[in-house]
Design a protein around this ligand. Sequence first.
Ligand SMILES: [Zn+2]
Length: 524
Amino acid sequence: MITLYDTTLRDGTQREGMSLSVEDKLRICARLDDLGVHYIEGGFPGSNPKDIEFFERAKGLALSNAVITAFGSTCRKDTPAADDDGLRTLLDAGTSAVCIFGKAWTVHVTETLQTTLDENVRMVTDSVAHLKAAGRIVFFDAEHFFDGYKADPEYALRVAGSAASAGADAVVLCDTNGGTLPHEVAAIVREVAAALAGVPLGIHAHNDSGCGVANSLVAVDAGCTHVQGTVNGYGERAGNADLVAIIPALVLKMGRECVSRDQLKLLTEVSHFIAETANISPDAHQPFVGVSAFAHKGGVHASAAARYSAAYEHIDPASVGNLARVVVSELAGRASLTMKAEEMGIDLTSDPDTVARVLERIKELEYKGYSFEAADASLDIMLRKAVGQWTPLFELESFRCIMEKREDGRVMTEATIKVHVGGHRFIATAEGNGPVDALDRALRIAIGRFYPALARIELTDFKVRILDEKKGSGAVTRVLIESADGERSWGTIGVSENIIEASWEALVDSVEYGLTRATGDQAG
Ligand SMILES: [Zn+2]
């Protein structure tokens, strides 16, 4: 049994630009609990008002798998654990598990802490014993363990052994600087496991050498039974070990028990949910969960993959809740289109005429400058239109966009939209910081009362590319819009010689696709 310890909410938020509200953190806890994570490190209690509020409100969470854990450090030098303010705050958080870090590298003891090697061991022992006496589950993070072990194995082992003797429930070997390589981690963990027989060991790896996941897996192979990491590998510098890659590797490839097969199927959803919550675009090429992680391009390969997936896929994508998304391009043949349609719930296997017609249409559109690889939602809509399973949610009468640059340098855009919804005609005007923003706002005002779910849909990314001139008709603009509703994200596309028209096309697809999925109206 491998214990999974998530530190997305503490170490993960050290990532530059990443910030989570208390509400975000609580929602993430619920998802990590569904996924089957055993411990969730919530933060440093008492370090700031946000963390204080989090630990207070986390008491009200009904979790079935995970234990919320408070993080802190050992007592200060020359201070008994019982008199230490930091440890008192840690206990005051009221969690049943705590994790404290301490020094395991001599140079950090003498230079950073400016104390003696013996006093550092006293701090570790006294702190762990104090927290155990208070009835807590206690994990000890041995900071800089691998670097410390290389410099002075005897002392690093002495620190780890002291924490274990004082009652730590796991001694976690940290590669704090993230520079250790897998063969070194494997060798050192084996030596530590032999020296501290019977002590539960953990691994906390960072990705500075690109080996965060690899180091975690070799550590398990060498005897660690507790793995710390973050979802999507978020963390400072190059990030932490990515639990999203570690968990399926443990379950599917190493046969190690940690989450159930059913829980594993939530992996893709949880990964994308946390990315969206952190307002970070999910990485399309992320192993296991990226939308392109199982995307095949090219007619021959795609049709072969459809016939015999094991020859082209390292795992069954469904086992981690992902899809064998077939990239539909003009290269792809009938098999990919049929498979893509099946993913969308449209059965085209007995309808070769429609397949031929849609393929012809895709070719035509790609010639004009469309590309559906990042615009699954537009492809979905186009397919549904082709098989007669699509009803537009509103009808456009007209829109108008005015841009004004003023003397003071300010740029203002105003959009007016006239639409028909449910037998009514609506006219709405809105201002925005650009044409897409203004159109989006006006459209929301116009149709929002009919489709309240629109409030949850957000445009998260907007990309514009000017394509090569074709046949002297002037440059063509391609607009890609990424949207999200807090759980999922989707891409849409528009192409036109006019950038506002291209944006409008992508915007309408985005809104209609999002609303259709929210209401389930046209789900096949
Ligand atoms: Zn760390």
